[in-house]
Design a protein around this ligand. Structure first.
Ligand code: FES
Ligand code: FE2
Length: 344
């Protein structure tokens, strides 16, 4: 027997499943059609509760639930009044940016209400028929924008109503690392080969090209990934692309909700192109019949839900670019600020 490498043999005892805070980025909150004007509800994302509401004119808002006045939870008994969220306790009103706009019984508004928001509200936009919020633990403004995605924003020529949603007991980084981990495609998913991968990084964006154009995925921070799968249709010989938008939300630091939408060229009904496209989409989520390779639904979760994160993994020459990916992802981790006690 060789020398005992205690560091190697005992390291797993001290490993954590998800040793990261919630990363900074734009995240999917809900589909636009699920929130009507005047509606309000509680949601749990980024490790805490929030009030999600839509003003009467249609503006979505995502705010901290606890009223800056005396701390009532505005998601229990609060109401949307015109453009404002109204606290049930003393009817203070806030706009979608967190500014206090009215106190029905105050002769003078507290001066601080004129200076800026007093209630935490996440920058929130609607894009792709969805509500998106920007999460930053120190409330900083967005440092990048969500991209234009023609397949979903330019409806002409594209279609697709298929969507999916899955819960994973792990952090968003562990899920995203799958994209560069090409070796697992062969061994976990039964792909015929380990495809070559190229990853390029540019600020908050990353492009991975798997199998020389077979899958090209663009990530915009941790919360949006647009993957385009291009395969040759064996019947027509044409290269056909199907698109998967994947938008995972950190529910907490170690729980994630994966969401996906699928889009494709609007081929006429009954054409071989349409049949092929449908098969491609089945393939992406692993629901294709009679296929050798398994999609993520059936195999990745078993790994994700049970693994621990190894900060110092032992890699070999056939592994994908795991370390550059981790280095890129690191930019999204920001510490929570320490607050001075202002009342002291
Ligand atoms: S606690 Fe909200 S208005 Fe008083
Ligand atoms: Fe996978």
């Amino acid at each position: 027997m060789g020398a005992i490498n205690l560091k190697m043999l005992l390291e797993s005892q001290s490993l954590e499943r998800a040793p990261f805070p919630v990363p900074v980025g734009w995240y999917f909150i809900d589909y636009s059609e699920n929130l009507k004007p005047g509606e309000l509800r509680n949601i749990f994302v980024f490790g805490q509760e929030w009030v999600l509401f839509r003003s009467e004119s249609g503006k979505p808002g995502v705010t901290d639930p606890y009223c800056p006045h005396l701390g009532a939870h505005m998601g229990h008994g609060g109401k949307v009044c015109g453009e404002h969220l109204r606290c049930p306790f003393h009817h203070w009103e806030y706009d979608t940016e967190g500014n206090c706009k009215a106190i029905p019984y105050a002769k003078v508004m507290p001066p601080i209400t004129k200076k800026g928001p007093i209630l935490r509200a996440l920058p929130t936009v609607e894009k792709y028929g969805m509500i998106w919020s920007w999460y930053h633990p120190a409330c900083e403004e967005p440092s990048f924008e969500l991209p234009y995605v023609p397949e979903i924003e330019d409806a002409t020529g594209y279609t697709g109503s298929r969507r999916g949603s899955w819960s994973a007991n792990t952090c968003i980084q562990e899920i995203a690392e799958n994209g560069v981990d090409v070796a697992h495609l062969k061994f976990l998913h039964n792909a015929p080969i380990i495809p070559p991968v190229e990853a390029t990084y540019n600020g908050p964006t990353m492009r991975i090209n798997i199998g020389q154009g077979y899958i090209v995925g663009d990530s915009y921070g941790p919360g949006l990934n647009v993957m385009r799968f291009t395969q040759k249709d064996p019947v027509t010989g044409k290269a056909i692309t199907a698109t998967m938008l994947s938008y995972t939300v950190p529910v907490s630091h170690d729980k994630s909700q994966m969401n996906m939408s699928f889009r494709h060229v609007d081929f006429p009904a009954g054409t071989p192109e349409l049949a092929f496209t449908k098969k491609q989409i089945d393939h992406m989520i692993g629901a294709a019949e009679g296929e050798e390779s398994a999609g993520f639904e059936s195999v990745d979760f078993i790994v994700w839900n049970n693994k621990r994160y190894r900060p110092n993994p032992l890699l070999c020459d056939g592994d994908g670019p795991i370390f550059p990916f981790r280095k890129w992802f690191k930019q999204f981790y920001v510490e929570k600020p320490k607050l001075d006690d202002a009342s002291a």
